[in-house]
Design a protein around this ligand. Structure first.
Ligand SMILES: [Zn+2]
Length: 457
């Protein structure tokens, strides 16, 4: 097995840019929270965020064209010297998830403070995803100050509702770009980062680039059987039948398999493994059942090799002594590439195997296409990462959550998911969690990453 890392990439030094830190801090202080999709947008916060961008990045707002979508999403156009070639799209989102009241007291610094303490910047959005947004804006503002003009067009796509599906932001921007016949050779959005001490058997840092993301399906199960007084229960009540159906779904998961991005991860990481494990990866086909078992043993690995099954809602009953006539549940599936609405429903029907259980698809979107790794766009990303993070390994993999990235397949086959900062075993839980934060050093390198990516196309 030959290494797939690029050779002779000269390392780059990060130049400290104090504005990047103060701007990210200011961005975090504007609470652009996405609540449920059905609730109105907090217009004062989102308007304030727009005003903050306009005052912080004067060159961008003087020199780039800005088009807004549903008021808060922002698409900037930076024309290249040759506007006919395929463009690059840098995507990020400006909304954040809420901080539940029950978690507030667990934050070591207040979540919307943007406090900088001991070379670390704290707050909701520090890594998801205001860091990427600010790093992109800093990079472009600096390049404009240097008089730089890109060879080909660059678009900056800042969505405002990623955390609730991206329907009004990224989806609309991607649709509009398609209408304008824009084609992108490279789209970069969030999804993975540089993993430190998180890939078993690998000492080096591993920069993971998401080349696809899983799909999403929610299925509603309902049972309607005569209820009545609980003093004389029938043999099977609606609750019994529904509970048994859920039990069967959990007991019969979808089969485990390696999809293309996960296979690619094994191909990229295998050659970097120490000797005994290396043999194992070199003969991955032979050891596939064993590897699948290792993956399946933990929730995070299992999500990589399987369409997962998770009951998320269960409704029945109104009173202690009444047997309800109706019971309903919702099961959420996260889909591997290749899964369809029909294949999910077929699996559920076959496993539940009970005509008393009504089964209905409530929401569905398929996994994204898989972006290639044998093209110039992926090599460009890999080269940039290796230059900005000397000694790091680069690999593709599957993203198990959803991102705005999926919409941009409308204008590109090359959509990648990577944000330039480090994740460690200590910080992996801060996504959407307590004490979200980012080291100042990561902020500086992040700006260098986007500057290099733009300049070295
Ligand atoms: Zn995000």
């Amino acid at each position: 097995m030959e290494s797939r890392q690029l050779e002779n990439i000269p390392p780059l030094e990060a130049v400290p840019l104090p504005n990047a830190v103060t701007h990210l801090s200011a961005a975090i202080r504007v609470p652009t929270i996405s609540h449920a999709d059905s609730l109105p947008v907090d217009s004062s916060a989102f308007d304030a965020f727009g005003a903050f961008l306009e005052s912080s990045y004067p060159r961008i707002h003087r020199q780039l064209d800005l088009r807004r979508f549903n008021r808060y999403s922002r698409l900037y156009h930076w024309p290249g010297k040759d506007s006919r070639g395929p463009a690059m799209i840098l995507a990020a989102h400006l909304d954040v998830v809420p901080v539940p009241d029950t978690e507030r007291e667990d934050w070591r610094n207040p979540p919307f403070s943007g406090a900088v303490v001991n070379d670390t910047l704290w707050g909701r959005g520090a890594i998801d995803d205001k860091f990427a947004l600010i790093a992109i804006m800093e990079a472009v503002e600096h390049l404009l100050a240097e008089g730089f003009q890109p060879e080909r067009d660059i678009w900056l796509a800042l969505g405002h509702d990623e955390e609730i599906g991206g329907h009004r932001g990224a989806r609309e921007m991607a649709r509009w770009l398609k209408e304008q016949n824009v084609q992108a050779r490279l789209v970069l959005d969030e999804g993975y980062a540089v993993l430190r001490n998180l890939v078993p058997g690998i000492q080096k840092d591993v920069a993971v680039i998401g080349t696809a993301e899983k799909g999403y399906a929610t299925v509603r199960l309902s049972v309607h059987l005569p209820g009545g007084h609980s003093s004389m229960p029938e043999k099977n009540t609606a609750i019994d039948v529904l509970a048994a159906a859920l039990q069967r779904l959990k007991a019969h998961p979808f089969p485990a398999r390696f999809v293309e991005p996960v296979q690619a991860f094994l191909d990229y990481i295998g050659p970097e493994m120490p000797f005994p494990q290396k043999l194992f990866f070199a003969n991955a086909a032979l050891f596939e059942p064993l590897l699948l078992n290792i993956y399946s043993a933990r929730a995070s690995g299992n999500a990589m090799v399987r369409t997962t099954t998770a009951p998320t809602l269960f409704h029945a009953g109104v009173k202690d002594n009444i047997i309800p006539a109706r019971a309903g549940a919702v099961v959420n599936f996260r889909l591997l590439p290749g899964e369809t609405s029909a294949s999910v429903l077929a699996h559920v029907r076959e496993v539940v195997d009970d005509p008393r259980v009504r089964i209905r698809m409530k929401e569905f979107f398929a996994a994204s296409p898989v972006s290639p790794v044998d093209n110039e766009a992926f090599r460009h990303l890999q080269r940039t990462i290796q230059a900005v993070y000397p000694g790091v390994l680069v690999t593709p993999n599957l993203v198990v959550g959803g991102t705005d990235g999926r919409y941009y397949y409308a204008v590109s086959e090359a959509v990648y998911r990577f944000v330039p900062f480090h994740i460690t075993p200590q910080t992996i839980k801060i996504f959407h969690g307590v004490n979200e934060r980012i080291p100042v050093e990561d902020i500086q390198r992040g700006v260098l990453f986007y500057k290099t990516l733009i300049k070295s196309e």
